[in-house]
Design a protein around this ligand. Structure first.
Ligand SMILES: NC(=O)c1ccc[n+]([C@@H]2O[C@H](COP(=O)([O-])OP(=O)(O)OC[C@H]3O[C@@H](n4cnc5c(N)ncnc54)[C@H](OP(=O)(O)O)[C@@H]3O)[C@@H](O)[C@H]2O)c1
Length: 266
């Protein structure tokens, strides 16, 4: 029961990685506050946790709605005397070539609205509590695709990179006051999000259950990052030879997409 007595806020807890992580955190003794838009799905996760002896609270909210997000933050603070960790996991992805996005600035705005501003708003609201307690841990669900140059996800990856940078600044500035953070660089995970791209059916992926272990590790051990080995190697090679890596990877990704499309067709 490594998380006994701790209260953990998890956004994006109605499905996928967030829902699995909430169940695991509750099994470790943590009280979980579950945030997402779909009230029925959230309630299923909450009821499942309570049925197995855990403690969970559901907060249906659209975190890209600034008024609703402020209200839910105030409610969390009022209803929980301490909050030990915030997992900024809610997110949306858009896979679209830049050439097809020329008149779609709104794609960039709506990914930022949830992936970046939604997470920043909630984090800022909880910072005073973290300072008052003398501790608080912020986890973000990011992507291995920010560690290497990846095509077709420019809106999504820019929002994740912005959140990574914010989180780094948070610890750089407030680490000495007890505020720590972990960036989790997930590889592809089989969830509703990745399922929206048909060719990814043919791609080997982490299960949501296994991916949730990465979030649990981030909450329990509080490392600066949780990454795959290929992600870490990608970062190293980008630091050493960014031009070469960017050039060499371009035809590789085109070939990968063609091969996945063929496997799905066959
Ligand atoms: N799957 C992957 O391959 C992969 C790879 C790298 C990183 N990630 C990241 O992992 C995180 C979890 O994604 P997932 O794969 O588990 O996909 P998912 O099942 O689609 O989960 C996304 C979660 O975010 C919530 N959400 C979306 N928009 C929201 C909003 N406006 N307000 C509140 N909640 C909102 C969704 O709930 P509602 O719809 O109920 O609001 C859902 O619970 C995301 O941040 C994603 O970017 C995923």
């Amino acid at each position: 029961m490594k998380l006994e007595g701790q209260t953990i806020v998890i956004t994006g807890a109605s499905s996928g990685i967030g829902a699995e992580a909430a169940r695991k955190v509750a099994r470790l003794g943590g009280t979980v506050c579950l945030l997402a838009r779909r009230a029925d799905e959230l309630e299923d996760v909450r009821a499942g946790i309570e049925a197995t002896g855990g403690s969970a609270y559901a907060y249906p909210v659209d975190l890209s709605d600034t008024v609703a997000a402020d209200a839910v933050a105030a409610q969390l603070l009022a209803e929980h005397p301490w909050i030990d960790a915030l997992v900024n996991n809610a997110g949306r992805s858009i896979r679209r070539p830049i050439k097809e996005s020329l008149d779609r600035v709104h794609d960039y705005e709506r990914t930022m609205a949830i992936n970046y501003f939604g997470a920043v708003r909630l984090t800022l609201a909880l910072v005073p509590r973290f300072l008052q307690q003398g501790h608080g841990h912020v986890v973000i669900s990011s992507s291995m695709s920010t560690q290497v140059p990846i095509p077709l996800f420019s809106a999504y990856l820019a929002s994740k990179a912005a959140l990574e940078s914010f989180t780094r600044s948070l610890t750089a500035e407030l680490g000495h006051d007890g505020i720590t953070s972990t960036t989790v660089y997930f590889p592809m995970v089989r969830t509703e999000m990745s399922g929206a791209t048909p060719i990814y059916q043919a791609m080997p992926m982490l299960s949501a259950d296994k991916a949730a272990n990465w979030l649990v590790k981030a909450i329990v051990d509080k490392p600066t990052r949780v990454t795959s080995l290929p992600g870490a190697m990608g970062e190293l090679s980008m630091a050493a030879l960014p031009g070469v890596v960017t050039k060499v990877s371009q035809p590789l990704f085109r070939r990968m997409d063609k091969s996945l499309a063929k496997r799905v067709r066959d």
